[in-house]
Design a protein around this ligand. Structure first.
Ligand code: EPZ
Length: 419
């Protein structure tokens, strides 16, 4: 119940950093990255890469946003179960390891709380490029086909739009023999950011931002420097925090943002009554009224991002009016709903649609985080609820948010991390 007022600096995007860190496996020369977010998932992928022999250096140990990666001495093109089980995006090492070394052994990622999340499309695409792939004892073992010196370019049409599937196949294709066409490619800004780095490294890719990527394989890639794109989901999360504080007021300046990657989220928050001013790299939001309920259906970029669904559900919980939210990407991404209802929300789930009747007030309680964006949703709801809200299991939150409680406390929220 405290007004939010002040400036927040947005970090680099988690979902761009993870594939971009793996792209360093594609060259023997140093890759320097700036605007790297300091997150659990980033630390996990850096551990996996270091285990393979990739050298990770922070030029200034006090500044973990700049890192130099040196893949000149990769001795073990493998990713172990112990680390992969903590983060399924580790599958993103498969494409680059196979492309550069001709072999890879990566633990098959398990499912996760929000869904089965198979990687069949990643495997289908690599097989189309000539890879021999077999799965045994929970590991994917991949190699070039017999007597082959490289993957072969291919035309690949994925059954559905897959973000990391597109990224894995893109990283495999840049060193393949010949041309690869990725049809039905994901258009997320993080995919484009990866492609931009690969082009800086000497890759030949066209169709960025479209659902058809055309890659002309090259013999090798060289080092490069790159600043990671701003995190549109972190930005949207803080915008939802402002919108939910309508009764007490919010006035936030979000810096180092990329409003051009957030059109749908901005439109929906305007419908909710958030006042939004946009600059090239900043977003100023003001809220001094109860939010209005907004309905939406999640879909692939540029439509409404599934990673913002839980945060909007928190806002809808105390919005004026009723709303319908349909989750079309993952089969089990409503676990925050039961927890929001513990805070007094009136939400009913029917299949993959959640119907919400906005209530006047939420009341603080102990709730449990189940996955990354559900955690953010519960923190946002706690800001608006009367009394104290305790969010348990916030290791989920730390996977994808860089010290969220510090950023919120700095703009007036009464929030602290407790042991
Ligand atoms: C990426 O996951 C993001 N993670 C997710 O963000 C995001 O929610 C998701 O894309 C959708 O935008 C990273 O980029 C690291 P998909 P990804 O492959 O690539 C099915 C967050 O909160 N599918 O686009 O794993 C899949 O089950 C995280 O930051 C297959 O069936 O998602 C899902 O239903 C959560 N077979 C749908 O496609 C495959 O081989 C989209 O999944 C691949 C995917």
């Amino acid at each position: 119940g405290r007004p939010l007022k002040g400036e927040i600096t947005i970090a680099g995007a988690k979902n761009a950093a993870l594939p971009i860190l793996c792209a360093a496996l594609l060259t023997a020369e140093p890759v320097t990255l700036r605007n790297l977010p300091d997150l659990q998932d980033v630390r996990t992928i850096l551990k996996i890469l270091a285990q393979m022999g990739l050298k990770v250096t922070f030029p200034n140990p006090d500044d973990r946003s700049v890192v130099v990666l040196d893949g000149s001495d990769i001795h073990t093109p493998e990713a172990s179960y112990e680390l992969v089980k903590t983060m399924r995006a580790s599958i993103l090492v498969l494409g680059p390891l196979l492309a550069r070394f001709g072999r890879a052994k990566v633990s098959l990622p398990g499912g996760c709380a929000i869904g089965a999340r198979p990687v069949d499309q990643h495997i289908k695409g690599l097989k189309a490029m000539g890879a021999d792939i077999h799965i045994s004892h929970g590991y994917i073992e991949a190699s070039f086909g017999e007597q082959k010196k490289a993957l072969q370019g291919a035309k690949i049409l994925t059954d559905m739009i897959t973000v990391t599937g597109t990224e894995n196949l893109l990283m495999a294709a840049v060193l393949a023999d010949g041309q690869t066409i990725l049809e039905n490619a994901a258009r997320e800004p993080e995919v484009t950011d990866l492609a931009e780095l690969l082009i800086k490294m000497g890759a030949n890719i066209s169709g960025l931002g479209t659902d058809r990527l055309v890659i002309q394989g090259v013999k090798s890639l060289h080092g490069a420097q790159h600043a990671i794109i701003a995190d549109r989901i972190e930005t949207g999360t803080f915008m939802c925090a402002a919108a939910i504080m309508g009764q007490t007021g919010a006035d936030l300046m979000l810096k180092n943002a990329r409003p051009d990657t957030m059109e749908m989220v901005i439109d929906k928050l305007k419908d909710a009554g958030l006042q939004i001013a946009l600059g090239k790299d900043w977003i100023h939001v003001v809220m001094n009224q109860r939010p209005k309920a907004v309905s939406f259906k999640t879909s692939e970029y540029p439509a409404f991002p599934t990673d913002m669904q839980a945060q909007f559900m928190a806002m809808n919980a105390i919005a004026q009016g009723a709303s319908r939210v349909t989750e079309t990407i993952f089969e089990n991404r409503f676990m925050h709903v039961q927890e929001l209802n513990r805070l007094g929300a009136q939400i009913v789930i029917e299949g993959n649609t959640a119907m919400t009747e906005g209530v006047d007030e939420l009341s603080g309680a102990t709730v449990m985080a189940t996955d990354l964006r559900a955690s953010a949703s519960l923190v946002i709801a706690g800001l608006a609820a009367s009394g104290e809200t305790l969010v348990d299991r916030i290791y989920h939150l730390d996977r994808g948010y860089d010290r969220m409680e510090k950023k919120l406390a700095a703009v007036g929220a009464q929030i602290a991390r407790v042991k």
